[in-house]
Structures are given as C-alpha cells and as structure tokens.
Design a protein around this ligand. Structure first.
Ligand SMILES: [Zn+2]
Ligand SMILES: [Zn+2]
Length: 178
C-alpha cells in the first residue's frame, strides 16, 4: 500500500478482488457441495465442476496474493476495538494455529480426500460437512490475519491463558498459513 498509484491497473484490480478472495473461496466451496449433492445433467456435469475448480484455484491464488501485504480496504475495515474483537474470535485464532499443525492437518486432509469416495447417503452428508468445515478454516485464517497483533498465540502478552504447549511449528511466515 502507500504508493498504489504507481502500481499497474491489473495489480490494483487483483488487489481489490483479492480482498474478497476469501469470500469467493467460501462461495465456491458452497457451490462444490451443492454440485456434489445434486449433480448436474449432461454436459454440465463436466463443464461446471471444471469451471468451479478453476474458480477455486483463482480465488486461492488471489487470497495468497492479498495476504502477502497490507490491504487498504482491510485497514479501512479495521474494528475500532480490535482487542475486544480478538477476545471474541479467540476460537478462530486457536483454529488458525492448530489447523496449520501437521498433527491436525494431515488427518484432516486424509478425511477431506477420503470422504470423496463415499457413495452412501450418510457418507455424502459426511462429505458435505467435511467440505463445509473448510469454510470455518478460511474464516479463521482471514480473521487471524486481520487481528494478528492481538492474537494471544502469536504474542504471549495478549492474555493467552490457553497457551499451554510449545508454539505451533509453522512452515513459513505466520500470515501464509492454511
Ligand atoms: Zn483486504
Ligand atoms: Zn496467532
């Protein structure tokens, strides 16, 4: 941010869309679940899921780009009482940290992929729930990114009484998890 006028318009447009990328990703997960429960007939049964998959990849890419730097729209939508917000969203912070740990991530991915192969009705409902749980992970990730200075797991001074274990091992920058 800062000298955004120097940026090419494509970068600015991507930045503006990127701000909404997590919402796009959530919408496309919802779309994928609907398609999984009610497959479309004929030619659409192939073309629509492929288009949706492309949309998911695009949203994911834009979200990563967006998360890499401070976004003007994010700054503008910063709550006036971030520390109070942070207390409210404590569970999401916990999720954002725990969700990136291998001991959680690997079984989760196994269930996520494995649930695609069920054919029973109960299995399909389970599949939908597992897919929809990703929405919560995305929300946790974007809330954490926005309010990270107030995250008790990132800073010990934030009143993190639940911090009873070694800090989570993250693959790279804290902002790049998920
Ligand atoms: Zn933003
Ligand atoms: Zn944190």
């Amino acid at each position: 941010m800062g000298n955004s006028a120097d940026m090419p318009w494509t970068a600015r447009a991507a930045g503006r869309i990127g701000h909404h990328a997590s919402a796009m990703l959530i919408a496309s997960i919802g779309g994928a679940v609907v398609l999984g429960m009610y497959p479309l007939p004929g030619v659409f049964s192939f073309s629509v899921p492929i288009a949706l998959f492309g949309f998911v990849l695009l949203s994911w890419f834009l979200m990563r780009q967006h998360d890499r730097r401070l976004c003007e729209q994010c700054m503008a939508s910063m709550p006036l009482n971030p520390s109070e917000e942070a207390v409210r969203y404590k569970r999401r912070f916990w999720m954002a940290h725990t969700g990136s740990e291998p001991r959680f991530l690997i079984p989760y991915l196994a269930v996520l992929i494995g649930s695609n192969f069920t054919t029973t009705t109960v299995g399909r409902v389970g599949w939908a729930i597992v897919q929809l749980s990703m929405i919560y992970l995305i929300l946790a990730h974007s809330t954490h990114r926005r309010l990270q200075p107030w995250c008790p797991w990132c800073s010990d001074g934030g009143g993190g009484e639940h911090v009873d274990e070694t800090p989570p091992v993250l693959p790279n920058d804290d902002r790049q998890l998920a």
